[in-house]
Design a protein around this ligand. Structure first.
Ligand code: ATP
Ligand code: MG
Length: 397
């Protein structure tokens, strides 16, 4: 079986890169997600290359061709080649020497099959020759792709012992490609769910948010909850929240808002701001991410002009609230909120003092009152209008 080389013929910088690596002589192949997605007829943005050249030879070849080489993961054999302005990961064929569940020691190899064997799922271990489009499939990935099966290469329990992140990857790729979970894979993931605790929170977070951001993750999340996969990491998520996730996904669709993993996580959590803060810390979310979870859990009401809420809690948490409550205004406000910049109160404490307010702590208090009325008045940018509000607050003419 072959892929049509026209699929990548026009990709910027690619033919120069393949020439530099002498791909025509069989040194280098496409691998992983790009091959899988080309076969499925999906758009491909990231193209990963596997090569028999050792990393120093890759770097030398790129330098000779004037292609920038960034040693992004040199000890693991990965060089990022920036060709035509596009980054491509070029990774030397590897085999595992020792695995530790959270990281592995690798050695370089010339053997394509050894490289394939350390990949996670059969559909992720397909190679394609860049010159001819010929497909190389050691583990039945083509069949699995045809029947939409996400299947571990080798024995699932062993593969999970080697790298625990594969538990979450199994569910993520299944949610993306498979109508049903592979029974053997599911059983192994369920048996080893506690292993997730050995992983860094950042890796769990990234993988989970990617899963939640897929077009329809609910059946997969339901299966994960039914099999206690998330219990070791996020015991707070209860199956009773699944309808809230489904409702959010429908609301995002109706409002034509892009899926967002964090907002979907918010839908799955109990309505408790302190708990949301704790979970945000556990998952090492940014301050903005933490704010979104906490505000979503706090359920602030969205006023007639949602910008009034955006002014105090931010535009993203406001859009989250509209979507999480199924508010029909979400479609109308999604655009304005995504371009929202917080307006500035056009007067300051100095103006109040000039109006006769004695300097002191009262100034900021009165200014806050002015600000509240200014927000209620729709944030007039006009200084004179705002001065009029201030005169009213201070009772001066
Ligand atoms: P995506 O479109 O989500 O990026 P992808 O298949 O490119 O899908 P990546 O996470 O980018 O997935 O990984 C690239 C390839 O590296 C995979 O296709 C797989 O072959 C291999 N791989 C990545 N992570 C693992 C892992 N934890 N264990 C085994 N192989 C892995
Ligand atoms: Mg990828």
């Amino acid at each position: 079986m072959r892929l049509d080389p026209a699929l990548w013929a026009g990709k910027p910088g690619l033919s120069k890169l393949l020439g530099a690596l002498d791909a025509d002589s069989g040194t280098t192949r496409f691998v992983g997600g790009a091959v899988r997605d080309w076969l499925l007829g999906l758009p491909v943005s990231d193209i990963d290359l596997a090569t028999r050249l050792k990393p120093d030879a890759v770097i030398a070849a790129l330098e000779r061709a004037g292609i920038r080489a960034v040693p992004t993961g040199l000890q693991h054999g990965t060089v990022t080649a920036v060709s035509g302005g596009v980054p491509h990961e070029v990774t030397t064929l590897r085999r595992d020497v020792a695995t530790f569940g959270r990281h592995a020691e690798v050695a370089f190899t010339d053997d394509w099959q050894e490289d394939a064997r350390r990949r996670d799922f059969t559909i992720n271990a397909l190679y394609a020759d860049p010159g001819t489009g010929e497909l190389i499939d050691f583990f039945g990935g083509l069949d699995d792709l045809k029947s939409r099966r996400v299947r571990f290469i080798g024995a699932p329990l062993e593969r999970i012992a080697e790298d625990h992140l594969r538990i979450l990857r199994f569910f993520r790729f299944s949610a993306r490609f498979a109508p049903e979970l592979d029974a053997q894979g599911l059983a192994a993931c369920a048996a080893r769910a506690n292993d997730l605790m050995a992983l860094s929170r950042e890796r769990i977070r990234d993988e989970l948010l990617k899963l939640l951001a897929l077009p329809s993750p609910e059946p997969t999340v339901a299966a994960m909850l039914a099999h206690d996969i998330l219990k070791p990491v996020l015991p707070e998520i209860a199956a009773s929240r699944l309808p809230a996730l489904a409702a959010l996904i429908a609301a995002e669709g109706a409002a034509r808002v892009a899926p967002d993993g964090l907002r979907r996580l918010a839908a799955l959590l109990p309505e408790s701001p302190p708990l949301a803060a704790e979970i945000a810390a556990r998952l090492k979310l940014s301050n903005a991410g933490k704010g979104r979870l906490v505000h979503a859990a706090g359920r602030p009401a969205v006023p007639d002009d949602p910008r009034a809420l955006a002014y105090s809690i931010g535009a993203e948490p406001t859009l989250d609230r509209l979507l999480l409550t199924g508010d029909p205004r979400a479609a109308q406000w999604a655009g304005p909120l995504s371009h929202y910049t917080r307006p500035r109160l056009p007067i300051s404490g100095k103006d109040l003092i000039a109006m006769g307010l004695p300097p002191g702590p009262a100034v900021s208090r009165r200014l806050a009152e002015v600000e509240q009325l200014w927000v209620a008045a729709g944030f007039p940018a006009d200084r004179n209008k705002t001065m009029a509000i201030a005169r009213e607050v201070l009772g001066v003419r």
